[in-house]
Design a protein around this ligand. Structure first.
Ligand SMILES: [Zn+2]
Length: 372
């Protein structure tokens, strides 16, 4: 960093707050544990003067300076309190500082982003931008955001823009200006069981049909334009000497455009096994729509880059493969993602944030909130 600004946030205070959140393990599967994290964050927001509300499904809504007149629209900031780490992870992956790296479950994805947001807001000292700020803290981002999605979309429709405090691109200052859409399919094949040695022709093999499905569905991939399809799980059959009656296959799908999602969906729904005696039941589809890298997002990024420049550092940007709740808001309101804590190792043993880079990103978030 070439120029240090005088109003950098206090790193030791941010670390103390982050330690509080990381100590409260919060796997998506445990709503009681996730609620403990939300209670702490809601307390911090109340100290700032926020009006807070628990929404159906558990998402917390916190507003600062939102008058509800609808004249000026609020700035939406998205956060999630859950992590991918089961309770007990801290025992084998403890809170640990090594030089400029701070390790621990949820530090990078995304408790660092929550703490950074709270400190960015504290730096505003009650001077909220016109229209105010609407914070949403969701409990289920890591498992598809089923309960929070309607709240996120409704808030996006009312907002003038949306900032997502998921972490920047791994090991970089780069913000996220696009994300692939994500989806999944569960195919259940049902054939006819029969003795594999005595009456093989009476049977209709669900496993043979599943093998066809794996090849046919994976052939829908178009990696050149960002579409990937992968069979990740397969279960089938009952015994070696039985023509298998059932088999299930699970596919992961990623697309860069809505049109690609529709093309793959139509082909998966229309697919049939060669043996007409085998039936197929298809469940699933797109979960998060693609966050396409639009002009409105790039304009927000340009603003962020300019502000970072005045703070003495450079932020890049990237379109990434993983989804976030920004995928829900991007089709509705200008969205910029990756405004959380820089680091590396999301969903991995070496998850950590970079303490030498973090305060500058929090300062950037403060400036963005002031000027969007
Ligand atoms: Zn996340």
């Amino acid at each position: 960093m070439s120029r240090m600004s005088s109003d950098l946030p206090d790193l030791s205070a941010m670390l103390a707050d982050l330690h509080t959140l990381v100590s409260l393990e919060s796997p998506s599967s445990d709503p009681v544990a996730v609620n403990r994290v939300m209670d702490v964050v809601e307390g911090w927001a109340r100290d700032l003067g926020a009006v807070t509300r628990a929404l159906p499904g558990g998402t917390r809504s916190m507003t600062l300076g939102v008058d509800g007149s609808g004249v000026a629209r609020p700035l939406l900031i998205l956060m999630h309190a859950d992590t991918v780490w089961p309770t007990g992870t801290l025992e084998r992956m403890p809170w640990r500082q090594d030089g400029d790296r701070l390790y621990g479950p949820g530090t990078y994805d995304m408790k660092g982003g929550i703490v950074g947001t709270v400190h960015a807001l504290r730096a505003l000292r009650g001077q909220w931008p016109d229209g105010g700020i609407h914070l949403l803290l969701s409990p289920d981002e890591e498992i598809g955001s089923d309960s929070s999605r309607p709240h996120i979309e409704a808030a996006a429709r009312a907002a003038r823009a949306c900032l997502v405090v998921e972490p920047p691109v791994a090991d970089s200052h780069a913000l996220k200006t696009g994300r692939k859409g994500t989806g999944g399919y569960w195919l259940t094949l049902r054939g006819i069981a029969s003795h594999a040695g005595n009456r093989p022709a009476d049977g209709a093999s669900a496993i043979t049909a599943a093998a066809e499905a794996v090849l046919a569905v994976q052939a829908l991939a178009r990696p050149d334009i960002g579409t990937t399809v992968s069979a990740g799980v397969i279960h089938g059959g009952s015994a070696m000497n039985v023509i298998p009656e059932t088999c299930t296959v699970e596919f992961d799908l990623r697309v860069s455009t809505l049109a690609e999602g529709q093309r793959v969906d139509a082909a998966v729904q229309a697919w049939r096994p060669a043996d007409p005696r085998v039936t197929v039941d298809v469940r699933g589809g797109m979960n998060r729509p693609p966050f396409e890298q639009g002009a409105d997002t790039l304009a927000l990024y340009a603003r962020a880059r300019e502000l970072a420049g005045t703070l003495g550092f450079d932020v890049g940007h990237e379109s990434v493969g993983g989804g976030s709740d920004g995928n829900f808001t991007a089709p509705i309101t200008p969205t910029l993602d990756g405004l959380g804590a820089p680091g590396d190792g999301a969903h991995a043993q070496h998850e950590h944030i970079r303490l030498d880079r973090w305060p500058a990103h929090v300062q950037l978030l403060t400036r963005l909130i002031q000027t969007i």
